[in-house]
Write a protein that binds this ligand. Structure first.
Ligand SMILES: *[C@@H]1O[C@H](CO)[C@@H](O)[C@H](O)[C@H]1NC(C)=O
Ligand SMILES: *[C@@H]1O[C@H](CO)[C@@H](O)[C@H](O)[C@H]1NC(C)=O
Ligand SMILES: *[C@@H]1O[C@H](CO)[C@@H](O)[C@H](O)[C@H]1NC(C)=O
Ligand SMILES: *[C@@H]1O[C@H](CO)[C@@H](O)[C@H](O)[C@H]1NC(C)=O
Ligand SMILES: *[C@@H]1O[C@H](CO)[C@@H](O)[C@H](O)[C@H]1NC(C)=O
Ligand SMILES: *[C@@H]1O[C@H](CO)[C@@H](O)[C@H](O)[C@H]1NC(C)=O
Length: 397
């Protein structure tokens, strides 16, 4: 398979959180096998009655399902849940203004060219038999007991964050912490709670190498709870316009137009639900507070932005040839490297700003890197990240 050169932008705004906002790549280059480690969860697939189905030109089928019949309501915990249709906070206006002036454009979901879902329904990417067959394999190997170790990371000279090591994952990320929480609870490698969103390529999960918008949650470090998209009960979707797991288009090209995806994860000040906003204007839905454990109920301790590669062949020789981001090194900067701009976090006063304390972490800097680029005096940093992995790269073992 020819390596498809693509790159992407992720625009991300965040609340303090033990959140991974990740751009994943698990792309098969040549015939390499890739694994996704954490799609455990109690996967319960039930085809739901669709009021309408849309055949997307990329091969997906999108079912428009009654909003009250979505997977979230299979969970007895959410039996009496009243849907919150809108978040109670005001999204960051400043970022919207920047975006308006930006030279890049927002990417859209492919299925929307072939129709739309009516109000009162939500679009669900249909899971088919062939997907289930792949998931079976996923489930067996992810339920294996994982061994964890910890790494500590000094964020400036003030805070130490303890990060769980995740097997078969190579990450290049920017990390921000909330000082007084860190050390107390952020550490646990096995018991962390997280919500995350972004774009990824994941053949095991989706059956192809398209770039897709995804969301993921867990409340126990991926041991028993959580899943991607709407594959298990958890996420309550409110938008009838955006489908989790759907492919996005167009993609950025080398030296050409750069396309963005805007992601915002924020805890609602009134309800405590964790909202996910897509491209600034779509209140996609939320993970209900009642689903969360103690950590994410009270806010969050850490935020991560960046990229990850999952493969059994990270941290070993021969190293996977899967690239992260665009496959280019972050030093290539705008037009070449994958990046995250307009990075924001927000505290309980709901003032959005670039986080005070940040640090860069690269598991394998010779394979994938992250670069915190400050363009000029008084300008705010942009995170460039990615790399070729072992692809034509003798430095990566
Ligand atoms: C839902 O409401 C019913 C009736 O009021 C009650 O019996 C049940 O315990 C509630 N379930 C949950 C999970 O709160
Ligand atoms: C973006 O620009 C357009 C045209 O100048 C304007 O109508 C719109 O209100 C702006 N949007 C935001 C969010 O500022
Ligand atoms: C979807 O829309 C595209 C572009 O409008 C069109 O070429 C294609 O035939 C449509 N596919 C289906 C299955 O309707
Ligand atoms: C990792 O850190 C957590 C929390 O600080 C601790 O409970 C656990 O024992 C550590 N694990 C290892 C392998 O060091
Ligand atoms: C961190 O570094 C700054 C500047 O070098 C210094 O003023 C400050 O005292 C240091 N803080 C700690 C906790 O070491
Ligand atoms: C990591 O990859 C190895 C193969 O190198 C595999 O045996 C193991 O199950 C994988 N671990 C996880 C958690 O996926």
């Amino acid at each position: 398979m020819a390596f498809q050169r693509w790159r992407f932008l992720a625009e991300i705004l965040l609340l303090f959180s033990y959140v991974f906002i990740s751009a994943y790549v698990a792309q098969g280059r040549n015939s390499e096998k890739n694994h996704v480690t954490n799609i455990n969860s109690k996967l319960k697939f039930r085809r739901r009655p669709a009021l309408k189905s849309i055949r997307s030109s990329d091969g997906d089928i999108i079912d428009c399902v009654d909003i009250y019949k979505q997977p979230a309501f299979d969970d007895p915990l959410l039996m009496n849940h009243t849907i919150q249709m809108r978040p109670n906070y005001i999204p960051d206006q400043d970022t919207m203004d920047i975006k308006n002036k930006s030279s890049s454009r927002t990417t859209l979901q492919i299925w929307r060219k072939n129709g739309s879902c009516p109000q009162g329904t939500i679009p669900i990417r249909r899971v088919r038999k062939k997907d289930l067959l792949r998931f079976k394999n996923l489930e067996t190997f992810s339920s294996k007991k994982q061994t964890h170790s910890n790494r500590s990371l000094v964020i400036y000279n003030t805070t130490t964050a303890v990060l769980g090591y995740q097997p078969n994952r190579s990450a290049s990320i920017l990390i921000a912490t909330v000082t007084h929480y860190v050390g107390a609870k952020a550490g646990g490698a096995t018991d962390y709670e997280s919500v995350k969103s972004g774009w990824m390529v994941n053949p095991k999960l989706y059956g192809d190498t398209q770039t897709r918008f995804f969301a993921h949650w867990t409340t126990d470090g991926n041991q028993k709870t959580g899943c991607y998209d709407l594959l298990c009960s958890g996420f309550v979707q409110t938008s009838h316009e955006v489908a989790l797991g759907a492919a996005i288009s167009p993609l950025s090209s080398e030296g050409g137009t750069q396309y963005e995806i805007g992601i915002q994860l924020t805890m609602d000040p009134k309800t405590g639900n964790w909202w996910l906003l897509y491209n600034d204007k779509f209140d996609l839905g939320y993970w209900p507070r009642s689903l969360m454990g103690d950590y994410l109920r009270s806010g969050a301790t850490m935020v991560q932005w960046g990229g990850e590669v999952y493969s059994p062949n990270v941290a070993r020789t021969p190293h996977t040839t899967t690239g992260m981001g665009s496959g280019s090194w972050p030093q290539g900067l705008f037009g070449y490297a994958s990046y995250i701009s307009h990075i924001r976090s927000v505290d309980y006063s709901y003032s959005w700003r670039y986080p005070n304390f940040v640090a860069i972490l690269s598991d394998e800097p010779d394979c994938y890197a992250a670069y915190h680029y400050v363009p000029g005096f008084m300008e705010e940093p942009t995170l460039f990240f990615g790399g070729p992995g072992g692809f034509r790269n003798p430095r990566c073992p």
